[in-house]
Ligand binder design. Structure first.
Ligand code: IPD
Length: 269
């Protein structure tokens, strides 16, 4: 099956590629920036903001009137109340700052409150994950399926862990402990959107994280679903997700994962 790319997905992809060009240049110059003693914080703020600005400019040119929810700019109401783009200009900002090539531009399209399209682009590896509701998920031109494993023992799972003063550290450690004891191991890659994209691609068997935001997860939710996986919150709800807490895996693993995570979370509370 050839990759399905709708007109609006073409627009999303073109915007991401345009915004990625200066981002890749910045990534190649991180060392120089450190040598010149500019603070990484300022630099990253600038890169994040510039990326989001380019994305909004490009998307607005092609789809005037659509609204936006962006990590940097928050909500921008559009004249068209039925469509909005949900944008994370750099998901994995800490990785970017440290020269770790695991970060992505993430863009989702919401239509009448439903997530209908998702695109996640790692500009360093040039991997573009994309999917549209009812039409499948793809990595560049290759169709994606979630991994097919049914037992936890051979599986590798991705997760995200809170840092600095973010809440939920005891729960996160309890959950990680519960899953590492019964599986082939866990990974903490540092970009929730790519964790979801990698679940869709079957590179990891599943992913969970609390305390994130819709802009981190919206595009990835579409991808995992279109690759045949289940995405829910920690209560197991699959509809009306707020995107701030997700558990995903294939249909065999998802209930097992959810049960263990819920039990570990209860014990840590
Ligand atoms: C972060 C990444 C990370 C996750 C954090 C997010 P950002 O997004 O997705 O993997 O653990 O919770 O905040 O801030 O780099 O866009």
């Amino acid at each position: 099956m050839a990759a399905y790319i709708s007109p609006v997905m073409n627009v999303i992809m073109a915007a991401a590629r345009k915004a990625a060009r200066p981002l890749v240049r910045d990534f190649g110059e991180l060392e120089n920036l450190q040598i010149s003693q500019k603070t990484p914080g300022d630099f990253v703020t600038h890169a994040d903001k510039r990326t989001e600005r380019i994305l909004i400019e490009e998307l607005s040119k092609a789809r005037p009137g659509y609204g936006f929810l962006g990590e940097e700019g928050g909500v921008i109401e559009g004249k068209d109340r039925t469509h909005r783009f949900i944008i994370d200009p750099i998901d994995g900002t800490s990785n970017f700052m440290h020269g770790i090539p695991q970060f992505a531009i993430s863009i989702a399209l919401e239509r009448e409150g439903q997530l209908v399209a998702g695109m996640i682009y790692n500009p360093v590896t040039d991997e573009m994950f994309h999917g549209e509701k009812g039409s499948g998920a793809f990595l560049n031109t290759r169709r994606l399926r979630v991994a097919a494993r049914k037992e936890l023992a051979p599986c590798i799972f991705a997760t995200g862990l809170p840092f600095l003063t973010r809440p939920g550290q005891a729960r996160a450690l309890a959950e990680a402990g519960a899953i590492m004891a019964v599986s082939g191991g866990i990974r903490r890659f540092g970009s929730a959107s790519l964790d979801l994209a990698w679940t869709a691609a079957g590179r990891v068997d599943g992913f969970w994280e609390h305390g994130i935001n819709l802009w981190d997860t919206a595009a990835g939710i579409v991808l995992v679903r279109e690759a045949g996986g289940i995405v829910s919150d920690f209560e197991g709800r699959t509809d009306g997700l707020k995107g701030d807490a997700v558990v995903c895996a294939n249909e065999h693993l998802h209930p097992q994962l959810l049960k263990l995570l819920k039990a570990a979370g209860r014990d840590a509370a």
